[in-house]
Write a protein that binds this ligand. Sequence first.
Ligand SMILES: [Zn+2]
Length: 156
Amino acid sequence: MTIIENTGRGPACPICNSTEYGSCGHLVADFDRTYGECLGGEIYDRQAEFSDLAERAFLLHLNQKTVLSVKKWGLDELWEITLGKFDPDEEYVELDGDIFQRVLIALLKDSGAFDVREGLIDPGGPSMTSWVSLLFADDPSKVIDMAINKLKIELH
Ligand SMILES: [Zn+2]
């Protein structure tokens, strides 16, 4: 269960103030930053749309041996790491999960989502504590559509 580290209390949705933030309809994303996992929110079923776009664009440039000029949201770092790990004998690229998650969060925030400012943790047990990021918006699916469009533009 996610709590605010300083107070030990559960976080509330910053839009409607509900402590049932998983079901109030405003949750864009619930990310476990320590394990690089998406735990919920509107993005849960749509995260692959983002990774597919990035993987396809990266692979195209890697196969053509052209440089992808990207700067926003830390995409340049994701590109550099992917470039360094690329095996020309393989037909696919694998995105670094941590960096991809950072890019996704920056992109979602740039598209109108906002995060809970307090430090959030999920104290799973001794040495199992996760760092958590929660993102919210009035209309989560609109934010995700906008983020997809922004990513498409940046990758072209
Ligand atoms: Zn809400």
